[in-house]
Design a protein around this ligand. Structure first.
Ligand SMILES: C[S@@+](CC[C@H](N)C(=O)[O-])C[C@H]1O[C@@H](n2cnc3c(N)ncnc32)[C@H](O)[C@@H]1O
Length: 214
């Protein structure tokens, strides 16, 4: 058997061959259970993913309060937390559907790590966070714009919501229309929206967006 075929059992290859027409939640848990141990290395050395430092830098442009209470939705192995700590933020929680991914996150200083079931509400009170981040989750077969509602619910009025949308799902997932509708309904105001590098080694970009909850 060639290495390539064999590697299809590995998380990164399952990620590349994700079938987003099927049972997304169940598949995702399996993908990330298999990928968790190798995720950080693949992030840096195979995919060349730069979304975590780029999103934290975006947050820092709009939030000078280093004591802001932050939620990292889809925290995975905690790479966003690692960059939050480097940037001087000190109070951040994480939540994810993959216990295997989150088992790597504690070393990056999260205050709380909360389990989550796909499709279920976030385990957080309404208006309880100064900033909510969601990095790498609005992508193929993961979460669509229906996920915005929960990010908005847990964020305080005038709080920030910083997220990425993979360019490959921007149109097919109708993200632009959903973002515009939330602006028109005065639910949030877009402070920043830029297309930037995302997975450099794959030549993939993402939209990086900061919204302020009204
Ligand atoms: C590409 S990884 C990104 C992880 C981390 N944010 C980062 O940037 O390294 C996507 C993460 O989203 C999680 N995920 C997928 N669907 C989710 C959902 N509906 N709610 C929360 N997390 C989800 C996965 O378990 C995985 O850890």
């Amino acid at each position: 058997m060639s290495d390539r075929k064999d590697s299809k059992t590995h998380g990164i290859d399952k990620y590349h061959h994700f079938d987003d027409s099927a049972d997304a939640g169940g598949q995702l848990k399996s993908v990330y259970a298999d990928w968790a141990d190798a995720y950080d290395d693949d992030n840096d050395n195979k995919l060349g993913t730069v979304s975590q430092p780029t999103t934290v830098a975006m947050l820092a442009r709009h939030c000078q309060d280093k004591d802001a209470v932050i939620m990292d939705v889809g925290c995975g192995t905690g790479l966003v937390g690692m960059h939050l700590k480097t940037a001087g933020f000190s109070i951040y929680d994480g939540t994810d559907i993959s216990a295997e991914m989150m088992s790597h996150a504690q070393k990056h200083g999260y205050r709380k790590l909360l389990d989550l079931e796909p499709g279920q509400p976030l385990r957080a009170d309404d208006a309880s966070y100064d900033a909510t981040l969601c990095v790498g989750v609005f992508t193929h077969g993961h979460l669509g714009p229906e996920g915005f509602d929960e990010l908005i619910r847990i964020t305080k009025p005038t709080g920030l919501i910083c997220f990425t949308v993979n360019e490959g799902v921007w149109e097919s997932g109708k993200f632009e229309a959903a973002i515009t509708a939330l602006s028109e309904s005065q639910t949030w105001q877009i402070l920043e929206q830029e297309k930037r590098d995302y997975m450099v080694n794959e030549g993939v970009q993402a939209f990086y967006i900061t919204a302020q909850k009204r």
